[in-house]
Each structure stands twice: as C-alpha cells, then as structure tokens.
Design a protein around this ligand. Structure first.
Ligand code: AMP
Ligand code: GLY
Length: 432
C-alpha cells in the first residue's frame, strides 16, 4: 500500500515514521514534508493547501491512503475533494472540520448537547463586545477569534485593558482577517489542561492514550501561547474514571451531535480540556492529531497505524481489535528558533542529529526543517520535537534532554520543564 501524508510539521514526521513501520505499507510520501520526512519517507514538492496538485499526484502514483495532518486543508474541504476524485482519505469533511474551523459552531454544538464548557457570548461587532466587557464584573475573560488563527487567536485576559486590546486587534485592526469577523468572549476556567484524542469513523469511537501539551513559551507556563513547546503521554491527571466521564459526557455526545447535524465526523477528534474543580470542560476542538501531542502518542502506539486509518476511512472501525500501547511514558521537547513565537530567522544548519538519535529510546522528529545541499537547516519556529520513551517519566525526560544537549544551531532554545507536571501524580508508567 502506498500512503501520502499531507503537511510538513512534527506531527507529519511522526505520522510518516509510524506509517512506514506498517507491514502493509510499501512507500510513504510526504507533501511537502521536511528534512526528517525525507529520511523516513519520500518528500513531494506540493504545498499542503494545493489540493489540485495533491489529487493529481495521488492519482498518478495510485496512492491507497492519504492522511491529512494540518487543519488548513481540512477546513477548506480537501477530504470532500479527494472523495469526489475516488481517492481514499483520512480526515473529516469540510462541514465536519468546522468543529475546529469555527469556534462559534463548536460552542453552539457544545451548548445544544449540554457538554461541559465555559460560559460564552458571541459578538459580531466590536462596539457590542466592548460594551459587554465594560459591563462585566469579573476581570478575567478569554477572547477568541472565531476562525483559524494558527494558535494565536486566543487571549486569556487578566484585566479589562487586555480584553479591549484583544477586541481591537481582532475586530478593528483585523489581524486575523475573516477569521476575526466574529469573536467569543468566555469565562476563564481554572485548572490543568489535557488533550484527549479519539479516532472515529462517525459511529465507533476509539480514544487514544492521554497526553498533555505545554502551550506557553517559557518554563513554569510563562510567556505567550505557542503552537506547543512540548508534550508527554500519558497524562496521569486523567484517571480511568475521569476518562470514562470524558467519553460519556464529551466524546460520545459530540460525535452524536455531528451525526444529527448531518456532518458525520471521521478522523481524529481532539478535545482540548480544562480539568476544573467541577470536572473536565471543553476549551476547544481540533479535528486532527495534535502537534506536538502526536509525537509522544505515536512513539507509544504499537498497533498498525495504516490499518487503523484505512479502517476509519472505510467506516469499519468497529472491526479493528483494541489498540495496543507501550505502557512506558514518552516525552517530547520542542527545540525552537530564537525569537519564536515572534519573528525568527531561518536557514541555520542543525548539528548533532545523528548523535541524538543514537540515545536509547530517542527519536528526533523534525518540524520546521528543510534539506539544503544534504544538510538539515532550520525552516520554522518550532524546529524539532525531540522525543524519548523511558521506563518512567523521569527517565523519558532525562533521555529527551540528553538528546537535546547533542543538538546545536545558532539561537536554539527549549523549555526545561516538559513533563514536570506529571510528577506530582507519582509513578505514571501505567496507561490511563
Ligand atoms: P483554544 O485554542 O481555545 O484551546 O485556546 C488556546 C489556549 O488558551 C488553551 O489551551 C488554554 O490554555 C487557553 N484557554 C482557552 N480558553 C480558555 C478558558 N475559557 N479559560 C482559560 N484558559 C483558556
Ligand atoms: N498542540 C495543540 C495543537 O495541536 O493544536
């Protein structure tokens, strides 16, 4: 079977790496890919949003399965186009991907299905939003652009001036263009966050192991939000009893709600949760694998990923045996370019990759990299996802940071506390 992975980040490298291990897979292409996917697969120079180009390639190469990594092509309907062209594809349709593409749509579904989430109001114009903020007694509010904003559309405000500024940037300056035509203002929830990902063909739901992202740029969750500076799995914060609650109160009603709306959801449903005093509440949905959550999850997955994704695309997830996981925890540390999540430079040669990969249990996933004359150079803000598995979370962390130490380029940096939150729960070697 020939597989095409669409995208170029750390998630896509992890997908290429894992899919290439499936006995049924003969070749894995990645479009456009990075310096890492060029080693574990074959890169194709087609952009992830060039749907015509991707369809042409998939037909010419007789691709048996296309796996879409990022949200942008999903939201514009890549899956619908592939299906129309008679090509097998893993991911949600345009209408189903709206669960990520429109926070207003997601909030309405959450409300109508009485799924626990933050109280929120939707606004179509800046004046009304500002008047609402001025009238509120609480000063902690969260302002969200409705549409896709590359992880930058959410501001957690700790005073009213911040809230007015966020409204100004989204609705008056139009920093996110059309994505900011509507906004949501919601109550700020307190607690610890967790990422729950589930595979579904629209009927059967198979939750993956738990994971936790680290969204803030700097240690101790300081600094601005990023796409994610590291992740680990499992997240011991989620007990088996809580997982049952999440399945029953969040995942099942969401998939059911989508079916009822004639938008059957196929692919990965990612629920970003806040574990509050009143239990888990939904912060957001994504309609794809998380990045960097995919890296520690896929290094732990023992089942044949290609078979699994084909079963979902074919609507036969009920026929797949239970997933098998390595019980050992995994940690992924993101190494970033100087300046990220603000402006950064590209093109710095990356040294020490082979040395890092030699450490037992370590796999260096590439994110923002490309090959220049055979040399891996930086090509993005989040450059690498250095991932390690270990007998316990301490060992996994130690190995990941040992590998980080081997790798050098000008301005490289990372957080130093990835996975520390897991430690307060004691030994986390047993899966949730
Ligand atoms: P989202 O894209 O909605 O997940 O928001 C990005 C990040 O903003 C989340 O991972 C949280 O850290 C934070 N966030 C979003 N909504 C809330 C909320 N209602 N209360 C507190 N933090 C939030
Ligand atoms: N790690 C968060 C995301 O993939 O959106």
């Amino acid at each position: 079977m020939k597989v095409l992975v669409v995208g170029q980040g750390g998630r896509e490298h992890a997908l290429v790496w894992k899919l290439s291990q499936s006995p049924s897979v003969s070749k894995v292409f990645c479009a456009p890919g990075n310096a890492g996917t060029a080693v574990d697969g074959v890169n194709v120079d087609i952009a992830a949003t060039d749907i015509d180009g991707l369809i042409k390639f998939a037909k010419a190469e007789s691709i048996d399965l296309t796996v879409v990594g990022p949200e942008a092509p999903l939201v514009v309907g890549i899956v619908d186009r592939f299906l129309e062209a008679g090509l097998r594809v893993f991911g949600p349709s345009r209408l189903a991907a709206e669960l990520e593409g429109s926070k207003v749509f997601a909030k309405e579904l959450l409300r109508q299905s009485t799924i626990p989430t933050a109280e929120a109001q939707v606004f179509n114009d800046a004046e009304a939003a500002e008047a609402y903020v001025a009238d509120r007694e609480e000063i902690s509010l969260v302002i969200k652009a409705d549409g896709l904003a590359a992880g930058k559309g959410v501001t957690v405000c700790t005073n009213k001036a911040m809230a007015f500024e966020a409204i100004r940037r989204i609705m008056r300056v139009k920093e996110f263009g059309e994505a900011g035509k509507r906004i949501i203002i919601e109550e700020k929830l307190d607690g610890e966050e967790a990422s729950i990902l589930a595979l579904t063909d629209g009927s059967t739901i198979v939750p993956l192991e738990t994971a936790q992202d680290h969204k803030a740029a700097f240690d101790d969750d300081q600094g601005p939000n990023t796409g994610g500076m590291g992740a680990y799995s499992p997240a011991p914060l989620i007990t088996p009893a809580m997982m049952d609650q999440i399945i029953g109160q969040i995942l099942v009603p969401t998939i059911h709600g989508m079916k009822k709306r004639n938008r059957p959801f196929k692919g990965v449903l990612y629920a970003g949760l806040m574990i509050t005093n009143q239990g888990p509440k939904v912060l957001e949905f994504n309609t794809r694998f998380g990045d960097p959550e995919a890296q520690p999850l896929l290094i732990r997955l023992k089942s044949d990923l290609a078979k699994l994704l084909v079963a979902i695309a074919d609507g036969k997830l009920d026929q797949v045996p239970p997933l098998e996981w390595d019980p050992r925890p995994a940690v992924c540390v993101v190494m970033a370019s100087a300046g990220y999540p603000g402006e950064y430079q590209k093109g710095a040669p990356i040294r020490g990759l082979e040395e890092a990969d030699k450490i037992p249990g370590v796999k260096v996933f590439h994110a923002g990299t490309e090959l220049k004359n055979g040399q891996a150079v930086t090509n993005g803000g989040r450059v690498l996802g250095v991932t390690a598995i270990g007998d316990n979370i301490v060992e996994a962390k130690l190995r990941a940071y040992q590998a980080v130490k081997c790798i050098r380029w000008d301005g490289a940096w990372c957080r130093h506390d990835i996975s520390d939150k897991a430690r307060k729960y004691g030994d986390s070697t047993s899966p949730a």
